[in-house]
Write a protein of this length. Structure first.
Length: 699
C-alpha cells in the first residue's frame, strides 16, 4: 500500500494522516486524543465491494476488524510508523493508572444504590475528557459498549497477538517489563480488600450462612492476594505461581458462595435494594479477579518455559478487554441497574403477594359462596363511601385538600373492609397474579402442569366474578336506600340532580372512561407493590421484634400484650399498607396529575356503580328513559374488565420477571384454555358441583 499525503477531514481521518499524527513527544492529552481518533477510524464503515466472496458475504467480517488488520499490516511494513505508534501506546499505558480500569471500573465508588444512580446520571449527562491520568476515566470515552463489543468479539487471536507485539516493549527491554503484570497484581489486591470489606459488613454478615463463614473466607481472601503479590515480586517459579492462583480462586469461590447464601435468609431478615446491590458488587468483583488471574498466569506453559508475549496472553487480554467494554455499556445504563438490582426485591414482593393472593382464590362451592358474602360486605361499605364522597365534594375544598379528603375516605373504607375480612373485588388481581405465576414453573415439564395451570385460571376468574357480583349486589341497594332516606326525611336526595348530571357526563362510555379505568388498574397494581415493599421494610428493620421485646413497650403494654401486638402487625402490615396506599392514591394522584396538567381521573367499578345508583336515586325512574343512563351502565363492565385486566397483567408480568420465567409454551397454554372453554365454559364463572363439597357445606 502506498503512503499518501497526510490528510484529515473534519471528524474523519485517513490512515496515513492518523499514523503521521502519532507523536511520542506530544502532551498526554494529545496522545489520548490520538487513541480516540484511532478507534474512531476503526469504526468507520468501508467501501462496498462487488467481489466479496460468497462465504464472506454470508458471514461478513465487521469493518472495524478489517481496518484493524489493515492498520497492523501497514505498521508492520513500515518501521518508522511501528516505532512511533508503539512508543505512543507504551507511553499512554505507562502513564495511566491501570488499576482505575482493572479494579474500579464498573463498580460503585460507594456501597449504595442511590449513589450509583446519581453516578450513572453524571456519566450519561456530562461529557468526558481525555485529559486524565486514570485509565478507568478514559476507557468509557474510547469505547461505546455493545457497539464496540460486537466487532471486538470478532477479532481473531492472530490479529490480537500482532497488535500486542506492537504495544509490548522492545525485545532488549529488561525482563518483566510487560506493562500489565504489575497493574494486574495491584488490582487483584484492591479488589480482594473491597470484597473483604463488603463481606464483613454488618448487613451482609447477619444474612450469610454461619457455616460458610466458619473458615473465615473474607479474611483469607486478602491474605491470598498478598501472597500472590509477594510471589510475583520475588520471582517464584511457575508451579508456585499456579499454586498461589489456585488457592486464591478457592478462597474466592468460598466468598461468593457465602454471599449467595444471603438469599436464603431473606424471609427471616428481609431485603433492601442497597443489600442486593452490595451482593451483586461482591460477586462482580470476584468475577473480575478471576479474569485478572487468567491473564496473570496465561504465560505459564505446564512443563515448559514462559511464553513471553504468547498468543495465550493475547487471548486472555482480549477476553478481559471484551468484558470491560461490555461493562462500559452497562455502566451507563440506568435500565440495566434497575433491572438487575430490583429483581430480587421484586421477587420477595411478589412472593409475599402470592402468599396473600392464595386466600383470594376460590376452588369449590363453599369458598365461592364465602367469597360472595365477603364481597357483599365490601360492597355495602363502598355504598356508604360513595355517599361520603359526594358529601365531601359539597364542602368546596381546595384542590389538594379535596383530594386528600377523598383519599382519606377511600383509605378508611378499604381499611374497614380489610379488618372486617370482607373483599373489594378489584384488589384481588394484583395479589392473585403472583400466585398464578408460581404455577408456571412446571408448565414446560408435563401436560399435568398445564392442566393445573388451567384449573388455577378457572379458579381465579371465578373468584373475580364472585367478587364483582358480590360488590355490585350490595353497593346499589345501599346507595339507593340512603338516597331514599334523604327523600323521606328531608324531601330531597342526599346526592342532588347537579351531581347526578356530573355522574352521567363523567361515566359515559364514549368519553375517556376506558382510559381512566385502565389508569385505575395501574394504581391497583401499585398498591400491591407498596404492600410488599412495606412488609419487607417491616421485616428488614425487625419492627415486630422491637414491638415484642423493646423494654419500654413491654413495660407499657405487658409482655403478653406486646407479643400479641407484634404478631398482629406482622400478619396485617401488608394488608394495611395495600388498603391505605390504594385509598390515598385514588384520591390524591388525580389532584397531583392536574397540577402538572395531566387530566387524570379514576374509574373504579364498584365506586362507579355506586355513583350511577346515586344518580338514579336523585333523578328517579325517569332517568331510565335517558340514553345517557344506559351508556353509563354499559361502561360499568368495561371499567370492571379494565380494572382487573390491567392490574392483573402488570402483576403477572412482574411475577414472571422476578422469577426469571419465560412462557415459551404459550401455544400449549392457549390451546388448553380454549379446550376448557369449549368443554366447560361455566367453569370460569361457577364452581363445579363436587362430592367433597357436601361435608364442608354441612359444616
Amino acid at each position: 500500500m502506498g503512503i499518501r499525503a497526510p490528510r484529515a477531514t473534519r471528524g474523519r481521518w485517513e490512515l496515513t494522516a492518523l499514523l503521521n499524527a502519532a507523536d511520542p513527544s506530544a502532551e498526554a492529552a494529545e496522545q489520548h486524543l490520538w487513541l480516540f481518533r484511532w478507534l474512531q477510524w476503526l469504526r468507520e464503515p468501508g467501501p462496498a465491494t462487488e467481489d466479496t466472496p460468497a462465504a464472506e458475504a454470508a458471514m461478513p467480517t465487521p469493518w472495524p476488524v478489517r481496518r484493524l488488520r489493515l492498520f497492523v499490516d501497514v505498521v508492520d511494513r513500515h518501521p518508522e510508523h511501528r516505532a512511533r505508534v508503539g512508543a505512543v501506546l507504551r507511553q499512554v499505558f505507562a502513564r495511566l493508572d491501570a488499576t482505575g480500569l482493572l479494579a474500579d471500573f464498573g463498580f460503585a465508588p460507594r456501597q449504595g444504590f442511590l449513589s450509583e444512580v446519581a453516578e450513572r446520571l453524571r456519566l450519561g449527562w456530562l461529557p468526558g475528557t481525555p485529559q486524565t491520568t486514570d485509565l478507568g476515566a478514559l476507557f468509557p470515552l474510547l469505547f461505546r459498549g455493545d457497539e464496540d463489543a460486537e466487532w471486538l468479539a470478532a477479532v481473531d487471536a492472530a490479529t490480537t497477538g500482532r497488535l500486542l507485539r506492537i504495544v509490548l516493549p522492545p525485545e532488549d527491554a529488561p525482563a518483566g517489563a510487560e506493562p500489565w503484570r504489575a497493574a494486574i497484581v495491584e488490582s487483584i489486591q484492591l479488589l480482594a480488600s473491597q470484597i473483604r470489606a463488603a463481606g464483613l459488613s454488618g448487613a451482609m454478615r447477619q444474612r450469610m450462612d454461619e457455616s460458610l463463614l466458619a473458615g473465615r473466607p473474607f479474611h483469607q481472601v486478602v491474605q491470598a492476594a498478598e501472597a500472590l503479590r509477594a510471589g510475583h515480586l520475588d520471582g517464584v517459579d511457575d508451579a508456585a505461581r499456579l499454586q498461589q492462583a489456585h488457592y486464591l480462586r478457592a478462597v474466592l469461590a468460598a466468598c461468593r458462595t457465602a454471599a449467595a447464601s444471603v438469599r436464603s435468609h431473606l424471609d427471616e431478615h428481609g431485603i433492601s435494594v442497597d443489600l442486593v446491590f452490595q451482593v451483586a458488587q461482591l460477586q462482580a468483583r470476584g468475577a473480575r479477579i478471576e479474569a485478572l488471574l487468567d491473564c496473570l498466569v496465561s504465560d505459564i506453559v505446564p512443563g515448559g518455559e514462559p511464553a513471553g508475549a504468547p498468543p495465550d496472553a493475547a487471548t486472555e487480554l482480549h477476553r478481559l478487554l471484551l468484558g470491560l467494554v461490555r461493562c462500559a455499556e452497562e455502566r451507563r445504563s440506568l435500565t440495566a441497574l434497575f433491572r438487575r438490582h430490583y429483581a430480587l426485591l421484586a421477587r420477595k414482593v411478589t412472593e409475599r403477594s402470592a402468599e396473600t393472593g392464595e386466600h383470594y382464590i376460590t376452588r369449590n362451592r363453599a369458598e365461592f359462596r364465602a367469597m360472595l358474602a365477603h364481597a357483599a360486605g365490601g360492597g355495602a361499605v363502598i355504598g356508604f363511601t360513595t355517599i361520603a364522597k359526594f358529601l365531601l365534594g359539597a364542602l368546596a375544598l381546595s384542590a389538594f385538600w379535596a383530594g386528600f379528603a377523598a383519599g382519606l375516605n377511600y383509605a378508611l373504607s378499604f381499611l374497614l373492609i380489610y379488618l372486617a375480612h370482607w373483599t373489594v373485588a378489584t384488589k384481588q388481581p394484583a395479589m392473585t397474579a403472583p400466585a398464578l405465576a408460581a404455577r408456571l414453573e412446571g408448565v414446560a415439564a408435563s401436560d399435568a402442569a398445564v392442566e393445573d395451570f388451567v384449573d388455577q385460571v378457572a379458579h381465579l376468574l371465578r373468584s373475580q366474578f364472585a367478587g364483582i357480583v358480590g360488590n355490585l349486589a350490595l353497593v346499589v341497594p345501599v346507595v339507593l336506600a340512603v338516597q331514599g332516606l334523604g327523600w323521606w326525611l328531608g324531601g330531597r336526595p342526599v346526592v342532588g340532580p347537579a351531581q347526578a348530571e356530573y355522574v352521567l357526563h363523567s361515566l359515559h362510555l364514549l368519553g375517556p372512561t376506558a382510559l381512566y379505568a385502565a389508569f385505575t388498574g395501574v394504581l391497583l397494581f401499585a398498591s400491591s407493590l407498596i404492600a410488599g415493599w412495606v412488609e419487607n421494610w417491616f421485616v428488614f428493620h425487625r419492627l415486630d421484634s422491637a414491638m415484642a421485646w423493646n423494654p419500654s413497650l413491654r413495660d407499657r403494654l405487658g409482655a403478653a400484650r406486646a407479643g400479641r401486638w407484634a404478631a398482629w402487625w406482622r400478619k396485617h402490615i401488608s394488608g394495611i399498607a395495600a388498603n391505605v396506599s390504594l385509598g390515598f392514591m385514588l384520591g390524591v394522584v388525580p389532584v397531583v396529575g392536574a397540577f402538572f396538567g395531566l387530566p387524570l381521573e379514576v374509574r373504579h367499578v364498584t365506586l362507579s356503580m355506586g355513583q350511577l345508583a346515586a344518580a338514579l336515586g336523585a333523578e328517579g325512574l325517569a332517568l331510565l328513559h335517558q340514553p345517557a343512563f344506559w351508556w353509563c351502565l354499559a361502561s360499568i363492565p368495561v371499567v370492571g374488565v379494565l380494572n382487573l385486566a390491567v392490574s392483573f397483567s402488570l402483576a403477572f408480568r412482574l411475577a414472571l420477571s422476578a422469577r426469571g420465567l419465560r412462557v415459551q409454551d404459550r401455544g400449549r397454554l392457549y390451546a388448553a384454555l380454549r379446550r376448557r372453554a369449549r368443554q366447560a365454559p361455566l367453569s370460569f364463572f361457577l364452581p363445579p358441583r363436587e362430592a367433597a363439597d357436601a361435608p364442608r357445606m354441612a359444616g
